[in-house]
Each structure stands twice: as structure tokens, then as C-alpha cells.
Design a protein around this ligand. Structure first.
Ligand code: ASP
Length: 394
């Protein structure tokens, strides 16, 4: 009996109860928002020290800049492959289902066009000019870049000093892992509140208004997550993806309820290492990197959303335009931060590349949060698989 009440089964029950409570008792769920917020804040509290320590320890354990370069190149190769497959899947499904809506943005429906993202601004945003500002603002990519420099530099200093730093950051890493274990115990409560709140606030009805679009996104996400990624991982990593999923699913469930890859990161690192058998050189480096640059779910969704918007505006996007979407959706997924709604904002990059008005994102904003939960789960599942696959190549 006791085995049945694991944090995982309770979390699954919490998701179902959260949805039901969100539908039946919206007022209560709105007032219980603090519970989810508390859970999220505790997870977020760990992100920066954990990213710093885990990436540092992973690189120093790799032992040389050469080994890091090797792993880094493989990681980027794998990320690119899976992202390209994801966008292709998105384009394939959207061309088959051909979703559109007749709903026009009513005149005066105030949607402020979001700021446009360009390639140059994206590139510059990766580089820190003051690491303390980056740390205090939680700019993960900037922090990653700094830690990579720092750790590689440490590989070049006297061994005695290197060992002192290594021991220090290993201790920080272990302590953060302990706190993560404690916070994971609160998952069922956090998940119940987070999901109940989203359903109470957004309602499930909005999903039906855009059913063909929602269907296209969900179908493509599921095929990618359940067929494409596991096949690729089994082939390249030589492990059983289903078995691995059972061990790490807690992180996927948390991704679903928080819609944030970054907030899920402490849990991903913990479960991949402790239960999934991924070594820390891989988990500590690949997961933080993947949480910000490897977003298959987001890439796929960007492609479908832009095609859907074009259809709804009566704009025909041909093959060459779809190549532009392919490239920009890949960049947009790399540039999207691991926070809720980041993908929607990055879409401006693609819309302007194919000449669609930026305020068109108003068409899909209503269902975005719920779709975000699904795409974030796929983002995190993709990262967890990447860590396990690359584990084999270190
Ligand atoms: N919420 C997603 C994530 O954290 C990013 C997105 O909005 O697509 O992975």
C-alpha cells in the first residue's frame, strides 16, 4: 500500500484533481494560487546556484577543454538534429491538417505588438557584461557562458587550487541536490494548485474555439515525443526509452505543471542522476544547456502557430517561405528562455521574417498557456533523453 503512494502517483492524481477542481471550483483554485507560487519559488531558488555548481563540476570532471569541446560539439549536433526533426514534424502535420480560424482580431481589441527579436539582438543577449547582473537577473545563457569560461580556466591552473575549487563546488552541488529532494516531496501540492489555477483562469472552452490548431500542435508533439525521440534515443544511446521515462517522469510532470524548463531544471538534474543513471558530467552540463537551447516542443509549436496564423489571414506560404519558417523557428527555440510564454514572444522573429503582422499572436494567445504546458513537457523530455544519449559518448 505504501508503495502506491509515491510522490509520482500522488503527482499524477494531483494533475487530474487539479483539472477537475479548476473546472468545478474555480474560485477556490484561484485563491489557492499561493501554493503553486510557493512551490515555484522554491524551485527557482535553486536554479542559479545549481546551474553554476553543476556546470562547473561537470566541466572540471571532464578533465580538459578538449573533452568539453568534444561533448559540446556532440551536444549541439544532437540538439540540432532533434530540433530539425521537430520543426519538420510540425510543418508536416500543419500542412496535412491545414488549421485556420475565421476569428478576426476585432478592431480596437488592444494587443500591443511585442518587441521584435532580431538575430543580432539574440546573439548579443547571450553574452554577459556583468556576471553579477546576469546572476541576479537569472540570465541562464549568460551564466552558462561565464561558467564555461571559468571552469575551462580552472582546468589550466595549479592542480592543488583546482581541487579546492572542485571540492567546493561539488559540495554546493550536493547540497542543492539535497534541497531539490526535499522540494520534490511538495510536488503533488504544487502541481494541484498550479494546474487548478490555470484551468480556473483560462477555462477549457477556449481550447475548442481553436480546435484544429490545438489538435495539430498536440498531435505533432505526441508523435515527436512518443515515436521520433524515443527511436532516435534508442538507436543512438542504446537504452530503453520507456524504462528511462519511468525513472525520470517526475521531471516531465513538473514541466507540465510549471510550463517552465528552467524551474524544472533542479528536478531534471536530480532524477536524471539519481534514478536515470546519467553521470554528472552529462547531467550537469547537458541538462542546463538543454533547458535553454534545446526546445523541441517550442520549435515545433512555433512552426505550426505561424502557419496557422498565415492560413487565418489568408496568406499562402509556399515551400521557400516554409524553409524560412524552418530556420527561424529553430533560432526562436534556441533563443526562447525556459519560462512560461517565452515561445509566444519569440514568435515575433518568425512572423516578421515571413511578413505577417506581429499583433497576429493575439489570435493564439488565449490557448497559449495550456499548449505551453505540453510543449514544455516535450522540451524537458527531449533534454532528459539528450543527457542519457550523450552519457554514452563521454
Ligand atoms: N515554456 C517553455 C519552456 O520553458 C518555453 C516556451 O514558451 O515555449 O520550455
Amino acid at each position: 500500500m505504501k508503495r502506491f503512494f509515491t510522490t509520482e502517483t500522488l503527482t499524477l492524481a494531483a494533475i487530474v484533481l487539479g483539472v477537475l477542481a479548476g473546472v468545478w471550483f474555480p474560485e477556490t483554485m484561484l485563491s489557492l494560487k499561493w501554493m503553486g507560487d510557493l512551490f515555484l519559488m522554491l524551485l527557482k531558488m535553486l536554479i542559479i546556484p545549481l546551474v553554476f555548481a553543476s556546470v562547473f563540476v561537470a566541466i572540471v570532471s571532464l578533465g580538459s577543454g578538449e573533452a568539453l569541446k568534444n561533448l559540446g560539439l556532440k551536444a549541439f549536433g544532437y540538439y540540432f538534429l532533434t530540433t530539425a526533426l521537430a520543426v519538420t514534424m510540425g510543418l508536416l502535420i500543419v500542412n496535412i491538417i491545414d488549421p485556420s480560424t475565421t476569428h478576426q482580431l476585432a478592431a480596437g481589441e488592444a494587443i500591443t505588438p511585442p518587441k521584435e527579436h532580431s538575430f543580432a539582438s539574440l546573439l548579443l543577449s547571450f553574452v554577459p557584461s556583468n556576471i553579477f547582473t546576469s546572476l541576479s537577473q537569472g540570465k541562464i545563457v549568460q551564466i552558462l557562458l561565464f561558467v564555461i569560461f571559468f571552469a575551462v580556466a580552472v582546468l589550466h591552473i595549479e592542480p592543488a587550487k583546482r581541487e579546492t575549487l572542485q571540492l567546493f563546488f561539488e559540495a554546493v552541488n550536493d547540497a542543492m541536490g539535497k534541497i531539490a529532494e526535499w522540494i520534490i516531496k511538495l510536488t503533488p501540492l504544487g502541481v494541484f494548485s498550479l494546474i487548478g489555477y490555470v484551468i480556473a483562469k483560462e477555462g477549457l472552452d477556449t481550447l475548442w474555439d481553436l480546435e484544429s490548431y490545438v489538435l495539430a500542435v498536440l498531435l505533432a508533439l505526441f508523435i515527436h515525443a512518443l515515436i521520433v525521440l524515443p527511436l532516435l534515443a534508442a538507436f543512438l544511446g542504446r537504452f530503453n526509452p520507456l524504462d528511462y521515462f519511468r525513472k525520470v517522469r517526475e521531471a516531465v510532470l513538473i514541466a507540465f505543471s510549471t510550463a517552465s524548463s528552467s524551474a524544472t531544471l533542479p528536478v531534471s538534474i536530480e532524477v536524471a542522476g539519481e534514478k536515470g543513471g546519467v553521470r554528472r558530467e552529462s547531467a550537469g552540463f547537458i541538462l542546463p544547456l538543454g533547458a535553454t537551447v534545446n526546445m523541441d516542443g517550442t520549435a515545433l509549436y512555433e512552426a505550426i502557430a505561424v502557419m496557422f496564423i498565415a492560413n487565418s489571414y489568408g496568406v499562402e506560404l509556399g515551400f521557400s517561405q516554409q524553409i524560412v519558417i524552418f530556420l527561424t523557428a529553430t533560432f526562436a527555440s534556441v533563443g526562447a528562455a525556459g519560462i512560461p510564454g517565452a515561445g509566444l514572444v519569440m514568435m515575433t522573429m518568425i512572423l516578421s521574417a515571413v511578413g505577417l503582422p506581429l499583433e497576429a499572436i493575439g489570435l493564439i494567445a488565449a490557448v497559449d498557456r495550456i499548449l505551453d504546458m505540453f510543449r514544455t513537457s516535450i522540451n524537458v523530455w527531449g533534454d532528459l533523453l539528450a543527457a542519457k544519449v550523450l552519457n554514452r559518448y563521454i
